[in-house]
Design a protein around this ligand. Structure first.
Ligand SMILES: C[S@@+](CC[C@H](N)C(=O)[O-])C[C@H]1O[C@@H](n2cnc3c(N)ncnc32)[C@H](O)[C@@H]1O
Length: 212
């Protein structure tokens, strides 16, 4: 399953400045963009959106085109600076904050949509992923789009069975993801494949969720 440790603290300095230039060359970056756009197309326009971690604000042009109000939170001020640089005029309407996804500085039910890409699956260890997911469920009024991994043959059905010292990666089965999300008050509306490793039966999806 290619398990590696958490990478949350590495998005500063040169890594932040070069983040999008390097990642945009990956084949699945464009798939993520397309699938995020396709899921946004299923939602009403003019939403208030919290994108966390904001990174380089890669989905901002989609939100702006829909007239959404964009709020971005990231632990790295350098990533937010890279977003400003990358987005140019598109950054103007965004309200960005440095903070932690595990302790969001917003009241309950603050946003119509919380979106989170390239984070819960591999950037933070499991206990932090569960904290962040609970925070996403708390601050959204209705929708969430969250990237999660899944294993289609040997995945765990119960998140409690997984190690606390590594990220979730694609260790959960379809049932495992469904149960974990249900426990957080989130119902799966649909999921879209963004990355596939058939040899290893591990997959990455964008889950469109609704607060139950
Ligand atoms: C792989 S990047 C993903 C950025 C963006 N969502 C994307 O899809 O390109 C991971 C991001 O998580 C941020 N990060 C790491 N730990 C965090 C935390 N505890 N709270 C908020 N952001 C965090 C990093 O600064 C970095 O911008």
């Amino acid at each position: 399953m290619g398990k590696v440790g958490a990478k949350g603290d590495s998005y500063y300095g040169k890594v932040a400045a070069n983040y999008q230039k390097r990642r945009a060359k990956q084949g699945w970056w464009a798939v993520e963009q397309d699938e995020m756009k396709a899921l946004l197309d299923t939602l009403p326009e003019g939403l208030s959106v919290l994108d966390v971690p904001f990174g380089t604000g890669r989905f901002v042009p989609f939100y702006n085109a829909r007239g959404d109000k964009v709020i971005g939170l990231d632990a790295s001020a350098d990533m937010l600076a890279a977003a400003e640089e990358e987005l140019g005029d598109q950054f103007q309407g965004c309200k960005t904050t440095v903070g932690s996804a595990m302790d969001l500085p917003y009241p309950d039910d603050s946003f119509d949509l919380v979106s989170s890409c390239r984070f819960i699956r591999d950037i933070i260890i499991k206990p932090d992923a569960l904290k962040a997911l609970a925070e996403f469920a708390r601050v959204t009024r209705k929708h969430a789009i969250i990237q999660l991994g899944e294993h289609s043959t040997g995945g765990a059905d119960d998140v409690a069975a997984l190690s606390d010292t590594i990220p979730l990666h694609s260790q959960l089965s379809s049932k495992g993801n469904e149960e974990m999300l249900k426990g957080l008050g989130l119902k799966i509306v649909e999921k879209r494949l963004v990355k596939d490793d058939p040899e290893d039966a591990s997959h990455v999806y964008h889950f469109l969720l609704e607060k139950a």
